[in-house]
Design a binder for this molecule. Structure first.
Ligand code: NAD
Ligand code: DAU
Length: 347
């Protein structure tokens, strides 16, 4: 079996590539442009695997994408993860998000049709459903109501994928997962940002009142769900993937502070993210009943293992944090020092 994975040098993509390569007789071609979020170190252990190839190509580059399909055809499956993935960056400028997440998805869908690839798995997010109040959960039939340029661009990609199923009968399945955590997550995202800041004696920025709720799932459970969807999902369907593990950001902070032996004053409220979604919660019962899939990781032990991974992989995250990321961090959190001077409520 030959699978084209896009975005395999990123956080979730690298876990997926490693999971696929564990299957006998499975070849992976990883199409990844190596943007700021991609990292060769994420797949250093696979680089010399005879079943693995990397092509440095942007999903939005139609000619280059067609060349990859022509070179390796036939692909038995396409698993599309490449994306601009960070909400805060999309607030700075939505254009790269439209280019990669909308245009890139359209280009890939077209190439997959032209070169008669097998199943196309569009890896998407619960953020396309928008924000919930204090009750309820998103099902696959919840209306699309994205609030950030990131989630709007992901919703655009999902609609193109579902339209390809209806218009051309293309074998498409869409997955929508909740917030992932685990090793190799780029430290712009909440958990690795706080954990690595903790190791650097830096404060933990908390947006707004910190009462926003996310449904946290370990990346290995997400990846296992994607593998099941590829094998057993029904064509044209959407599958929500989540762990029934809702935590407010203040709750995540309290757990991590205790795990890391840090003072509550480490947490520093800062200005809120514009359009900040209040709560996400996924109803994963369709994936559970149809695919026999269940998340296997329990929150506190898996979070402790994640903290331990960042402790034992300092060279991985220090290389990122000392590079171009420093400029982004300075710009994103430039209000931090002034807000920090005021007395703050602890979690
Ligand atoms: P990431 O930002 O860590 O990695 C993105 C990868 O895509 C990088 O390797 C990057 O180089 C590559 N990429 C970006 N633009 C590209 C382009 N134009 N052409 C080719 N490659 C490009 O992302 P992630 O957090 O691993 O997310 C992967 C996918 O899963 C995304 O589609 C995201 O929307 C989705 N998702 C993420 C989460 C989460 O919690 N992180 C949850 C649900 C869904
Ligand atoms: O729900 C799935 C989505 O989860 C994915 O589609 C996205 O790609 C992924 O980035 C993630 O989006 P979030 O915006 O939920 O993740 P982030 O880690 O950026 O933020 C998690 C929560 O923490 C959110 O409520 C914002 C808050 N936050 C974040 C940062 C970076 C802070 O309070 N302080 C911070 O410094």
């Amino acid at each position: 079996m030959r699978v084209l994975v896009t975005g395999g040098l990123g956080f979730i993509g690298s876990h997926l590539v490693r999971r696929l390569l564990a299957e006998p007789d499975l070849e992976v071609v990883n199409l990844d442009a190596l943007t700021y979020a991609g990292n060769l170190a994420n797949l250093a252990d696979c680089a010399s695997d005879a079943h693995y190839r990397w092509e440095r190509v942007s999903v939005a580059d139609r000619a280059a994408v067609r060349t990859v399909f022509a070179r390796y055809q036939p692909f038995d499956a396409v698993m599309h993860l490449a994306a601009e993935s960070h909400v805060d960056r999309s607030i700075q400028s939505g254009l790269p998000f439209v280019e990669t997440n909308v245009m890139g998805t359209a280009v890939l869908l077209e190439a997959a049709r032209e070169y008669r690839a097998g199943r196309f798995v569009q890896v998407s997010t619960d953020e396309v459903y928008g924000s919930l109040g204090s009750s309820g959960r998103f099902s696959e039939s919840s209306p699309l109501n994205p609030n950030s340029p990131y989630s709007a661009s992901k919703a655009g990609g999902d609609l193109l994928a579902l339209a390809a199923y209806r218009t051309y009968g293309q074998d498409v399945v869409v997955t929508r997962c909740s917030n992932n955590y685990g090793p190799y997550q780029f430290p712009e995202k909440l958990i690795p940002l706080w954990v690595t800041n903790g190791m650097e004696d830096k404060p933990w920025p908390l947006y707004g009142d910190g009462a926003q709720v996310r449904d946290w799932i370990h990346v290995a459970d997400h990846v296992e769900g994607l593998w099941r969807v590829l094998q057993h999902g029904r064509s044209g369907e959407i599958y929500n993937l989540g762990a029934r593990n809702e935590r407010s950001n203040r709750e995540v902070a309290a757990t991590l502070l205790a795990m890391m032996g840090l003072l509550p004053s480490t947490l520093v409220p800062v200005a809120d993210r514009p359009g900040h979604d209040r709560r996400y919660a996924i109803d994963p019962s369709k994936a559970e009943s149809e695919l026999g899939w269940r998340p296997q990781h329990n929150w506190e032990p898996a979070l402790a293992e994640t903290v331990a991974w960042y402790r034992t992989h300092e060279e991985w995250w220090r290389a990122i944090k000392s590079g171009a990321y420093r400029e982004y961090y300075r710009e994103q959190y430039r209000t931090l020092a002034t807000v920090r001077a005021e007395p703050q409520e602890n979690p």
